[in-house]
Design a protein around this ligand. Structure first.
Ligand code: MLT
Length: 272
């Protein structure tokens, strides 16, 4: 079993990250950026990547998985990306493979925009490069109200069926319960901050052609939030990107089909 610890960094505005590693010099650092409205616990099936020599760093975005609204003051993907950069600084990591799933992908794009030197490689999982359109922004505003008036449970009711693929919902109720529990560990303030950050995120379509590092795009075949066709066009727009489609998985491909997801990731990492 790899060792795992929870790291606190930045004294002034507490931030946390989980770090999983094996004894000895790591072959590299792998940073996993979580989706909305979850937290670093969504990477429970990826801790084992440490068995392959990687130091696996799983930051929590501000306020996520906190008992109180500790530091849920971010209102932009720039804030989240700045926190990831501070974390890498704290860990004295000069460059890492950075993987973002959905909202985590939005943050990875922002981090690439401001600090491409931090990237040894990029993995974009179940995400999209474009900014919100007016309809999506209106829906975020509605969800901010829902979080305020009905709390995290109402957000979980809405999101769980959209996050998981049809096959998972039919065959794996235990995972549905786990995802729901992960969402419920978040305060409405953290969820509202994330919604604000996503609704104001910049467009990253223009960035794609300039990504000149090894890039892997992964998508669940049953992802309805960021459907496979989006990943196909994103991968086509990034020079030399590879694309892997994960059968029987929805938006949370890493949790729904962890073995297929990890195999694709390890195969990519082995070729760096
Ligand atoms: C996520 O999984 O992070 C969200 O579905 C992303 C989004 O709502 O745009």
């Amino acid at each position: 079993m790899p060792s795992c610890s929870r790291l606190r960094y930045l004294e002034s505005h507490p931030r946390t990250a989980s770090v999983s590693w094996r004894d000895g010099e790591p072959v590299g650092t792998l940073v996993l950026l979580h989706a909305f409205p979850l937290g670093a616990r969504m990477w429970e099936s990826q801790h084992s990547l440490a068995d392959h020599g990687w130091r696996v760093v799983m930051p929590q975005f501000r306020g996520f998985d906190c008992a109180k609204s500790d530091g849920a003051d971010a209102a932009s993907v720039e804030d989240y990306a700045g926190d990831v950069s501070d974390l890498l600084d704290t860990l004295t990591v000069e460059s890492a493979v950075i993987l973002g799933l959905s909202m985590g992908g939005y943050v990875a794009f922002e981090l690439y925009r401001r600090a491409p030197h931090l990237f040894r490689a990029l993995v974009l999982a179940d995400t999209r490069p474009d900014a919100d359109n007016p309809e999506a922004r209106a829906n975020r505003a509605r969800m901010i109200d829902v979080a305020a008036t009905s709390g995290t449970a109402a957000i979980a009711d809405e999101m769980v069926p959209r996050l998981l693929g049809e096959s998972t919902r039919r065959t794996n109720p235990a995972l549905e319960d786990r995802v729901r529990a992960m969402i419920l560990s978040n305060q409405p303030s953290a969820i509202q901050a994330a919604l604000r950050s996503m609704m104001t995120r910049p467009d990253s379509v223009i960035l794609l052609a300039s990504i000149d590092i090894p890039t892997l795009v992964i998508v669940g075949e049953e992802d309805t939030l960021t459907p496979p066709a989006m990943s196909v066009s994103m991968a086509n727009a990034i020079p030399n990107a590879e694309l892997v489609r994960v059968p029987l998985a929805g938006h949370l491909a890493n949790l729904e089909q962890p073995q297929v997801f990890n195999r694709a990731l390890l195969s990519f990492l082995a070729r760096l």
